[in-house]
Design a protein around this ligand. Structure first.
Ligand SMILES: CSC[C@H]1O[C@H](OP(=O)(O)O)[C@H](O)[C@@H]1O
Length: 355
C-alpha cells in the first residue's frame, strides 16, 4: 500500500505506513490519541464492529483496506478460486455493521474490480485491489472537500450551527461531511460557531466533534442532547447540519440516534435542517426509510461509561444506534455534485447517475 503523506495539520483517522494500516482508536478520544496497527481483514472487521473506526465513509474506507489485506493473503494461482475466496473475505467485513451503506458500497466496488479482471493473474488482481483501496481512500477526501464547496453557501456569516454525532474528519478519510461544510464556510472567511450535541450513548459529539473543532480553532459549545430544543426556542440556533449513514430513494435519511428528534424540533422552530453526505451514502434500491436496517448495539453502551455503572444491574435496555428522518423534515441534502431539495426522488436519481 502506498504511503499517504502524513500532514499533522489534517485530521485523518486512517493512515498507511510501510504497507500497514494504522487507525486512531476513536473509543479513547479525546483523552488519549492511540494509533492501532492492522494487517489482516479479521482485525479490521473487529475494529469496525467495536467502533475503533466509525462513521459511514470511514468504515467504507476501512472495509476496502481490510478487503485488500484479505486479498493479499489468499494463496492460489487460479483467479477464479481467488475471487471465490475474496468474496468470503468481503462477506466477513459486510457482517460488521448493517446501517451505513458506504460499507457495502466499498466492498461491492472492490468485488466488482476483481470480477471485472478475472483474465488477469492473481498477482495482478492483488496489486489492482491495493490501488482500488487507495483510490477509495483518496477519493473520499476529495469528495468531502467538493461537498464543502457545494454546501458552504447555505451557512450565513455569523451562523450558529447545531450538529449531532460526529460527521467530521474522524468519520471519513479526512475533512468530514457535515463538518466539511462547516470547514468550507470558515475557509471562505465566514464566522461560524458550532453547538455540538454530546450524542449519547457513544458520545461522538462530546468526544469527537468537540475535539476536532477545537483542534481546528472553530468555536464550539457542547450541550446535552436534551438541550437542543430549549436553545432553538431561545433563538440560539440558526441551522442544523448532520451526516448520514444511508439515504433511501425518497430522501429519508438514516443517521445517528437522536437525529430524527432534532429534525422534528427544527421543523417546529422553522430552522433549516441540512444533511451532508457523499453519493456513496445514497441507496436507490430502498424506496423509503422504513427499509433501512437499524443497528441495535450492546445495552452496556447505555448502562455504563467505561467501567462506571450508570443504571441498576440487569435493567432492560434498548439501544438502536440510528433512526430515520423522513424527507419532509429535511430542508436540503448536500452532496459532492450539488444541493438537492424539494423532489428528492428525482434529485437523488440524477445525482447518483452523475457518479
Ligand atoms: C460522515 S457520516 C457519519 C455518521 O456515522 C455515525 O455513526 P457511527 O458513529 O455509529 O458510525 C453517525 O451516524 C454519523 O452521522
Amino acid at each position: 500500500m502506498s504511503t499517504c503523506p502524513i500532514d499533522d495539520r489534517v485530521i485523518r483517522p486512517i493512515r498507511f505506513i510501510a504497507g500497514q494500516c494504522q487507525m486512531i482508536d476513536q473509543r479513547l478520544l479525546p483523552v488519549e490519541e492511540v494509533w492501532l496497527t492492522y494487517t489482516t481483514y479479521q482485525e479490521v472487521a473487529e475494529a469496525i464492529r467495536t467502533m475503533v473506526v466509525r462513521g459511514a465513509p470511514a468504515i467504507g474506507v476501512a472495509a476496502a483496506i481490510g478487503a485488500w489485506f484479505g486479498a493479499r493473503d489468499i494463496e492460489t494461482e487460479s483467479s477464479w478460486d481467488f475471487f471465490q475466496e475474496f468474496e468470503k473475505v468481503c462477506a466477513v467485513l459486510a457482517a460488521t455493521r448493517p446501517t451505513a451503506v458506504n460499507l457495502f458500497w466499498a466492498l461491492e466496488r472492490m468485488k466488482h474490480f476483481a470480477q471485472s479482471n478475472l483474465d488477469r493473474s492473481v498477482m495482478e488482481l492483488k496489486i489492482g485491489l491495493e490501488y482500488e483501496a487507495l483510490a477509495i481512500t483518496q477519493e473520499d477526501e476529495k469528495i468531502n472537500r467538493q461537498m464543502g464547496q457545494q454546501g458552504e453557501s447555505l451557512l450565513a456569516d455569523g451562523a450558529r450551527v447545531l450538529t449531532h454525532c460526529n460527521a467530521g474528519a474522524l468519520a471519513t478519510a479526512a475533512y468530514g461531511t457535515a463538518l466539511g461544510v462547516i470547514r468550507a464556510a470558515v475557509e471562505a472567511g465566514k464566522k461560524i460557531s458550532v453547538i455540538a450535541d454530546e450524542t449519547r450513548p457513544f458520545l461522538q459529539g462530546a468526544r469527537l466533534t468537540a475535539w476536532e473543532l477545537q483542534k481546528d480553532n472553530i468555536p464550539v459549545t457542547l450541550i446535552c442532547d436534551n438541550m437542543a430544543g430549549y436553545l432553538m426556542s431561545q433563538g440560539e440556533i440558526d441551522c442544523v447540519i448532520v451526516g448520514a449513514d444511508r439515504i433511501a430513494a425518497n430522501g429519508d435519511v438514516a443517521n445517528k440516534i437522536g437525529t430524527y428528534t432534532v429534525a422534528v424540533l427544527a421543523k417546529e422552530h422553522n430552522i433549516p435542517f441540512y444533511v451532508a453526505a457523499p453519493v456513496s451514502t445514497i441507496d436507490l434500491s430502498l424506496n423509503d426509510g422504513t427499509q433501512i436496517p437499524i443497528e441495535e448495539r450492546d445495552g452496556r453502551e447505555i448502562t455504563h461509561y467505561k467501567d462506571l455503572q450508570l443504571a441498576p444491574e440487569g435493567i432492560t435496555v434498548r439501544n438502536p444506534a440510528f433512526d430515520v428522518t423522513p424527507s419532509r423534515l429535511i430542508t436540503a441534502i448536500i452532496t459532492e455534485h450539488g444541493v438537492i431539495s424539494g423532489n428528492y426522488q428525482s434529485g437523488l436519481e440524477k445525482t447518483v447517475n452523475q457518479r
